[in-house]
Ligand binder design. Structure first.
Ligand code: ADE
Length: 383
């Protein structure tokens, strides 16, 4: 049997060691800083700056598009205007205010971060990357973004947009979601911010350029302040840099949800505290058994429709059933009787809203959740 030994430290150079660097970081920093003020989109977290607004917006923007964050951000900071107000709110209210943004773990982490800000910093969001990183849910990128944009600290940032801009400008063979590429990009971003006159402007310019000009497909190189010094533009390799991520296989699951209406209430269950949609509510849902048999429910059911919900790691085929005839929601099932007119008080995932709609309920989703609506796989088959 071959015995694998760990190579001696330093004998195994990282794959990014020979990659090109940004040639003239001082010129690039200047060009970005001159470009940004005239080109920045008017976004709510930019109209009025504070550490708290930066904290909320950066957590929301971690995995959600700007267009979906705008409305949710405004409603969220109106409802919870300070870290102290957020820290004092019950978790269910925070999750309900997060609806439509997805990845609810971020809402719990933001809530925990607000509590830590109150306990450790008297309610004021700390100003340094170092202190920010000690808060729940705050990684290197988010800490750098808040510290530099809200407080002017000279620290680097790298997210997907920034990695794309830097790797194209340098002509480096980077790949999305790849450790060596990210290590290289952090070094380059640090070289750039070291040359900047305003770390706040430079870092937000990098994000903005990646979001609006140096886009993954069809970049608008003609409007780019870095065009003159961009190695990918010179070589015509923009479309190939960075290389796409190596995709993890997505698994398919089959779930059945029961939409049980009894008078003016619908049965909801709370999901477990861990995992997907942790702690959120949904119509009672079980894995669909294989072999053609339906799940065992406390009443006879009939199928009324189906739809497919796609998440980052799974494709979930939902079958939606309703009681076959009038039946009372059993008191001992551990379900909540949620009033049909008050569903927006519950944090429901987009899939749960869709389930209610497929069952024929005329529900009004809260505005942020309505933004996440998807087309049905096939329409409801019954009333
Ligand atoms: N993405 C992440 N942070 C952002 C910001 N501050 N502005 C625009 N897009 C962003």
């Amino acid at each position: 049997m071959a015995i694998r030994t760990r190579p001696a430290r330093g004998s195994n150079p990282p794959p990014d060691a020979g990659w090109p660097s940004i040639q003239d970081p001082a010129s690039l920093a200047r060009a970005l800083e001159e470009w940004f003020p005239g080109e920045a989109r008017s976004l709510p977290w930019r109209r009025e700056r504070s550490g708290y607004r930066a904290l909320v917006s950066e957590l929301m923007l971690q995995q959600t598009q700007v267009s979906r964050v705008i409305g949710a951000f405004e409603r969220f900071v109106e409802r919870f205007p300070t870290a102290a107000a957020l820290a004092g709110a019950p978790e269910d209210e925070v999750l309900a205010a997060w609806q439509g943004l997805g990845y609810y773990r971020r809402a719990r982490l933001l809530h925990a971060a607000a509590r830590a800000v109150v306990e450790r910093h008297g309610g004021d969001v700390p100003r340094t990357e170092h202190e920010l990183r000690a808060l729940p849910g705050i990684g290197r990128y988010t800490a750098g973004a808040i510290a530099s944009i809200a407080f002017g600290e000279r620290v680097a940032i790298v997210d997907g947009n920034v990695l794309r801009v830097l790797s194209r400008v340098a002509g480096a063979p980077a790949r999305v979601a790849d450790a060596a590429s990210e290590r290289w990009a952090w070094e380059q971003s640090a070289r750039l911010v070291a040359q900047s006159s305003s770390p706040a402007v430079l870092n937000e310019a990098l994000m903005e350029l990646g979001a609006t000009v140096c886009t993954p497909a069809a970049p608008r190189c003609g409007g780019c302040p870095a065009e003159g010094g961009c190695a990918a533009r010179r070589a015509g390799t923009q479309a190939a840099i960075p290389a796409p991520r190596i995709a993890a296989p997505r698994r398919t699951e089959r779930w059945t949800s029961l939409v049980w209406i009894d008078g003016n209430a619908v049965a909801l269950e709370r999901r477990p505290d861990r995992g997907m949609w942790a702690g959120m509510h949904q119509p009672p849902t079980v894995p669909t058994p294989g072999g053609g048999d339906g799940p065992a429910w406390p009443c006879a059911v009939r199928e009324v429709g189906a739809f497919t919900h796609v998440t980052t790691h799974r494709t979930i085929e939902f079958t939606v059933v309703v009681p076959d005839g009038a039946a009372r929601i059993p008191a001992d099932a551990g379900w909540t009787r949620a009033p049909l007119g008050g569903l927006d008080a519950y944090a429901l995932s987009n899939a749960a809203w869709r389930t209610l709609e497929v069952a024929g309920l005329d529900v009004t989703r809260p505005p942020a959740a309505a933004a996440g609506r998807r087309a049905p796989r096939r329409a409801a088959t019954g009333s």
